[in-house]
Structure formats: structure tokens, C-alpha cells
Design a protein around this ligand. Sequence first.
Ligand SMILES: NC(=O)c1ncn([C@@H]2O[C@H](COP(=O)(O)O)[C@@H](O)[C@H]2O)c1NC=O
Length: 598
Amino acid sequence: MASEAPQKIAILSVYNKTGLLDLAKGLVKQNVRLLASGGTSKLIKEAGFPVEDVSAITKAPEMLSGRVKTLHPAVHAGILARDLASDEKDLADQNISKVDYVICNLYPFKDTIAKVNVTIPEAVEEIDIGGVTLLRAAAKNHSRVTILSDPEDYHEFLKELEKGEVTEKSRQHYALKAFTHTADYDSAISEFFRRKYAGEGEQQLTLRYGANPHQKPASAYVTEGKLPFKALAGSPGYINLLDALNAWQLVKELDAALDYPAAASFKHVSPAGAAIGVPLTSDERKVYMVDDIAGIENSGLAQAYARARGADRMSSFGDVIALSREVDQATAKIISREVSDGVVAPGYTKEALELLTKKKGGKYLVLQMDADYVPPPHETRTLFGVNLTQHRNDAAISPQNTFNSIVVPKDSAPLPESAQRDLTVATIALKFTQSNSVCYALNGQVIGLGAGQQSRIHCTRLAGDKADNWWMRFHERALNIKWKQGTKRPEKSNAIDMLCAGLTPENELEKADYERVFDDVPAPFTAEERKAWLAKLGEVAVSSDAFFPFTDNVFRASRSGVKYIAAPLGSQNDQACFEVAEKLGITYVEQHLRLFHH
Ligand SMILES: NC(=O)c1ncn([C@@H]2O[C@H](COP(=O)(O)O)[C@@H](O)[C@H]2O)c1NC=O
């Protein structure tokens, strides 16, 4: 005669007792033996259903005011045992029965820590140990055991049970829920203790607020190891960190690709400028307002920052700066007199740090980056409660390997080194620019960058207009402006921008405002003067973060002295773009990486 199947066993241990009695009723109806921890057992008993305390199998009382209830081999061997002969023997030797169903939800740790002025001992008592162990053990053995961690699932579970058995698919679904429940629970615990125990600035940093002052609280943290930066002065805001962490990657990659000191000037999570330390000409020193900086000719880093800041001085106002190498006095001197929010670099000389920590009465943000820090390969962010995860964009861009697929002209010689360099600068800048983006570069620096436009031609126009503006600043009329004594640097930048962009005012009030900074008001550029001067701009390199969909981009680039274009292919109009480029004397290079960035 076939032996009768052993009675199924369920262990119940729930903090949230919603739906418990209906569940108990259903289980009893299916002849399941119920074992439950103290409070859970009491409630079921009072409702008149047959239930035993867990101690019936552990032969040990609940202890330490509930700290130990279900933590016992009789429970966990019963849950974890597989249908293997060796496991069956182990159970038989210890007289332990297999457990088939585990119903468990955890102490309300999150609700407890959300209370105002919660103490550490109060929080500690809400850290569930036995429940997490029940959930993990049962979820681990889901090939045999069903784990219910959500009262919402009781009904469906009972429906299946009444039909015979819980399906494998359901067990998998419930196991995943249990694993997610414990992971979420553990994150809440570690976050609570990170705030309490991790030294401020070590693994986590409290930020003044998020993107806006009403977005509080805000913090930056890593879950493993230490934060890769230290604040030597000032305290960063949320957007400062977005800028600093993007800008740092940019300069690190630029320096590695071209073996030059590199600098970036960031605003609102896109570069206003980026450059390597190509020596400055005397005109460049004037245009970038650094002709009085002692020792600049001997500092590659200072020249890199002068270029990065000088590319688009209007956009760089209040920037976050990234520098790829130890900051010296000349670089710090430039920074010290510009309006800027902060700087990130791998180190600072004593003199440089002294200058920077005095800026803004000591509130200027000075971050020291761990130059050896390698981030994990995956990046995750939460948006509207949804986690988005992706492999980090760790694709390498290098002058030698990224720009050797020349499409037109056919049989072209390899690009000159200067073009490879400038395309590298433009392309690495785009890698850290909000998309869509197009960048014009020359002399190892960005000269025009169009960021965050939905239309590519708008990027190409915006960046091209900025490049034109940059070039107009080298016109002798702009170089030789006679300023009123006491005119501030931002006022000069603003007036130069209006003059060079052809935006000199006509309205009397605005005109008076514009003209008050000059000793000698410069004449606006005529259309002919502009045209003649812009015709002298040449050898410019352009990179695009995705393909050019129409030929208008090539035509527009050509108007700003563009000689080299690097872009991904894939547009229906690729061929037409190549033909236009060839006719305009532009070398078109296939750049194989699409570089969207958000
Ligand atoms: N210590 C233990 O062995 C233990 N076993 C289960 N629990 C938790 O105790 C709660 C249920 O307790 P009760 O049945 O006494 O109301 C559940 O949230 C469960 O997750 C435990 N409590 C804390 O770790």
C-alpha cells in the first residue's frame, strides 16, 4: 500500500497581519499544519484555527524579547532541505520535517526611521533578523518552497493551492518578490547607518539641497568604498557635483588621449569650453584676458584653462572647472579672479590652494579628485521612481584610432596631427555634453559648442555662431577696445559679446548702458567687415554626437571655416552629405561611436 503523503507545513511569522486569518483559514482547509511565531500564532489561535507555536518544533522558547524566535535549525533545515537523499537523511537524523510554505513580512524599519528624532536604539530594535532569514532561506529554496512576503498575494496563492499545487512559475514570482523585499529593506538599513556612522565626506556627503532649494534633503554617496573626491574648501551643491563629475571625466580622458594638461569649464552639465594646454599666442592671451598672468607661458595647465574659459566667456560665467593635473599658482591665479563656483583637480600646490581657499571668503568649492578612481561598469539613476541602468560609456576616443576612416575625399592622406588633435578635443567634449550636440574645435580647444538642442541643425548653427563670435574677438577692433577705468571683467565680456555677435543696441536706453564701459565706443562691424574677417577662419574641426541627417549641417559648418568633419554614419542622406563636403573642400571622417549623453 502506498504510504500517505506527509502533511504539508507552513511557517507564519508576519508583522503586518493583514489578510492573515483568511490565509490561515484557507491553509487549514487544505489540511496544512500551521506553525507560527508568538504574535502571529496568538491571533490565529484567538480566531479559532488550529496552530502551534514555532517552539513546538524548535523546543526552545522565544528569547531576548523577540530577538530570537524562528532562528533555529529545526526551522531553517526544514525550509532549506532539497529533495535529495543526503538532505532527507540529515533531516531524518535530526527528526526535522520539511517546510513547504513560508509566510513572512518584516518589522517596519522604514516607518520607524521616518519618525522625527528617532534614536539609534529605536531603529536597531526594528532591524528584523529572523524574518529576513526566513525570507531568504525560503526564496533560495523556491524550487520546492513557496514564500509569501506580500499579503496581496494570499488570495491568488490559495486559489492555486485549492486546485492542487503552487506552480513553479508562481514560486519563482514570489521568490523574486521576497529577494526584492530583503534588498530594499537592507538598503534602508545601510542608508540609515551611512547617515549616522559614515564620516561626513567619507562615504556620503550632505548637500545643501538638490537641483533647487526646495528639494531637500539631498546627498551624494557611494555604497562601497569611499567617495572619490574630498572637499578641501566650500561645500558642493547637487548641480556642482553633476558638473564636477562630468567635467573630471572629460579632462581625464582628454589628457590621456593627447598627453597634454587638459581643462574644462562646465555650466549646467555641459562644457562651455574644454582644451588642452597648447601654448597661447599673444593675441590669444589678450582675448582670453590672461596677458598679465605671471608664469602662464610655463604652465600647460594654465594655458589649457585660459583656452577653456576663453572659448565662450559668457557661458563660463559661474563655471565649475576641471583640471587634469596638479593645479599650480598660474592656473589658480586665473581662477581666483574669475566668477566661478568651484574647481576639481587631482591636487593643488600649496600656493595654489592658498589662493583658491581665499576665494569667496573661503566658500569657493575646491574638490580634490582621486585620480586613480575607477567607477563601477554600470550606472543607475532613479527617475520618477523608476530605476534606469546602463553600462557606463567607457568607449575610448583617441587621435590615432577614432579618426582614420576617411570617407571623402577618396584616397585622402591621413589627417594632419592638428586635425586629429582638434577632432579628439571636440569629440571627447561631446561625450560629456547634453545631447544633441555639435562641437567646433581649433588649436586644441573648443571654439563653439551647441548643447542640448532637439534639432541637430540648431546645434550646428548654435555652435557655428559661437565659433564665429569667438573668431570675431580676434579682430583688431575687439582686441584694441579702450575700456573705461574700473570696468569689470564680466562687463567687458558682455560688451565684447554684443559687439562681436553684431548685437549692438539701437534703443537709446540700452545704448547708453552698452556704451558706458568704453572710453572710445567701437564702431559696430559692417556686414562686409564681418564677412571679410570670417573668411580668414580656417582649418576648423567639427564633431557631431550622432549622424548629420541633412546636408544643411555641412553647409553651415563650412561657413565657419570647417575643414574636417567627424560624425557617425547611418543617415539616409549620408551620401549627399559626403558629396556636399567634398565640393566644399571638407574632409569627412566616419566616427564610429554615437555619443548621446544625458
Ligand atoms: N528573531 C527572530 O527569530 C524572528 N523571526 C521572525 N521575526 C519577525 O517577527 C515578526 C512576527 O512576530 P510575531 O509573530 O511575534 O508578531 C515578523 O515580522 C518576522 O519577520 C523575528 N524577529 C526579528 O528578527
